[in-house]
Design a binder for this molecule. Sequence first.
Ligand SMILES: *Cc1c(COP(=O)(O)O)cnc(C)c1O
Length: 375
Amino acid sequence: MSLPLESFIPVKRTLMGPGPSDVNPKILNALARTTIGHLDPMFVSLMDEVKQLLQYAFQTKNELTMPISAPGSAGMEAAFANLIEPGDKVIVCQNGVFGGRMFENVVRCQGIPVLIKDKWGEQTDPEKLRDALIANPDTRIVAFVHAETSTGVRNDAELLCSIAKQHGCLTIVDAVTSLAGCELRVDDWNIDAIYSGTQKCLSCVPGLSPVSFSDAAVEKIKQRKQSVQSWFLDMDLVMGYWGKGTKRAYHHTAPVNSIYALHESLIILAQEGLEKAWQRHYENHCLLRDGLESLGLEFAVDESYRLPQLNMVNIPVGIDDAEIRSRLLNEFNLEIGAGLGELAGKVWRIGLMGYGSNKENIAYCLDSFSKVLNR
Ligand SMILES: *Cc1c(COP(=O)(O)O)cnc(C)c1O
């Protein structure tokens, strides 16, 4: 048996799917810098800068703000595993794939889930949340996805959190696709636990999950009767490593080079300015929208709650989904997203995330579509 001995050299693609998005070359360069020890004082001060920059990106003063050394799904697990104790009632709002995963997490943490469902492609109905909270006054936590990547819907995080707060609940918010792509204000909106991912609107490499926990969330974690079932994701232990001061206890080896990359992506964001980045995502969405509509494609999500960074369009009647996507990939090196779950074969999802949200990508995408669709 012969082993493969050739280096892997990927083809350059244009990534306009649901993530990973195009990585900024500056960030790829940062990744290639020399590796240093993860307890080197120089690395420890880099960790402090990353925390500070993440606080800016999340718009929070939360002390417990850091990247988890694993992808967005691990950030999700960290939020649920730390906040839920067996028997805690948790309302999960579901209007797509990722809300379903939240439900799974509640079950596995031995919480009592109450599921509120809305149609895929529509927003979570705040009235349903109000009703569920009235019907379940013992609810401890409300969880929902801010930017539902499976449908391109933005849920009204500010409103849903304010309803949860009126009923004394903590809030868990999935911001994997929303962070840096549309307005998100952790402190002003009363979000208690939030997690994101590096490969969407931060345009960084996949594999890290920025998270942040409010003081109220930290208090609930401190008062747990049972320790968190997951050793790796126990925020109490992780804090000893990512926490304040120069004395850091070894917990796991941080993915040193990936942290360089995250740092680079966060300074790029801070240099542009968070609000300018949100605005750019919106303006580029409008450009893409106009172009797609002039090719005869229709958006599947109402304009008022559409995500600028994830554009879901209906596949025209008589068009073969898989054939078009594979021609885009093979002839144009352009990746777009397929529909998930009940939307499979019915929609395409076109990402305009972070660095990839630019005019060149839009022009390239429209030109490629016009060729494969013969329009
Ligand atoms: C991508 C995504 C995740 C999962 O992130 P991974 O990095 O793939 O684990 C979770 N939630 C949402 C809304 C996402 O878009």
